[in-house]
Ligand binder design. Structure first.
Ligand SMILES: [Zn+2]
Ligand SMILES: [Zn+2]
Ligand SMILES: [Zn+2]
Length: 248
């Protein structure tokens, strides 16, 4: 069975799981890969030109994605929800979370990205009374929040690494993440900056962070192979490095 999404993508459905066309298998047909390949699902199917399954791995590492039929016989992904420990219900779309922010016609609800207050993210979604995503802006200016399932199926937000900056006596600005300092390393796309662990040279530490032009932590690797460098704040608000114990 095939379904066509509202935006035109054609998906293959097998046992309720959806697959995207990912290539040819010679001139015999097409290869389809599970739509959740980003979740490292390895399910696939080889479909001949007369629509028979030639070969397939139908073992998925996730639940089927639910689709609902909308106008013109097209389909749209159903909204999913998670409930936080305190009872707040959040909408999840593509790993991003949204909170209820208003009503729309016919009993639907408007949802706003959870990062609206912190990051001024403008992503939103309109959800019909039967949980279909009617309309959405899914362009986010931040990374996906992480939620972890805890007791009775509820979730807690795993806090993103906390970032702040300190300025050294000599005027050098360092990025601090979880007590470790990072120095400006290079420019990345859209005016962002790549920071490398301040112990890159001395310890060959591979930790790094990508920060966008508007100070959002886009991506980071924070496994350090050393203990953090200690800094002390001086009377003028600037910081100086405290000699590391290695030198003693
Ligand atoms: Zn799968
Ligand atoms: Zn957002
Ligand atoms: Zn490091």
């Amino acid at each position: 069975q095939y379904i066509t999404l509202l935006r035109g993508a054609r998906l293959l459905l097998i046992n309720g799981f959806s697959f995207n066309k990912s290539g040819h298998i010679g001139n015999r047909g097409y290869r389809y890969t599970c739509s959740q390949y980003k979740k490292k699902c390895r399910a696939f199917a080889h479909i001949s030109s007369n629509d028979t399954i030639l070969k397939a791995n139908l073992e998925h590492n996730h639940l089927p994605t639910q689709y609902a039929r909308v106008k013109d016989g097209k389909y749209i992904k159903l909204a999913q929800y998670i409930t936080l420990l305190r009872g707040t219900k959040l909408l999840l779309i593509d790993g991003f979370s949204f909170f209820k922010s208003g009503f729309i016609r016919n009993g639907g609800l408007r949802y706003t990205c959870s990062a609206y207050n912190n990051k001024h993210c403008r992503a939103f979604a309109h959800i019909s009374a039967d949980d279909v995503i009617l309309k959405a802006n899914l362009e986010h200016n931040h990374i996906r929040p992480k939620y972890k399932q805890v007791t009775d199926g509820r979730y807690v937000k795993v806090e993103l690494a906390y970032t702040q900056y300190i300025t050294l006596e000599k005027g050098i600005k360092l990025l601090m993440i979880n007590g470790y300092s990072f120095s400006k390393n290079s420019r990345i796309a859209k005016g962002g900056i790549r920071y490398a662990c301040s112990s890159l040279l001395s310890e060959k530490c591979k930790a790094y962070a990508h920060v966008s032009a508007n100070d959002v932590l886009l991506k980071c690797y924070t496994e350090h192979n050393h203990s953090p460098i200690q800094y002390v704040r001086t009377s003028n608000g600037k910081y100086i490095k405290v000699s590391s114990s290695k030198k003693w």
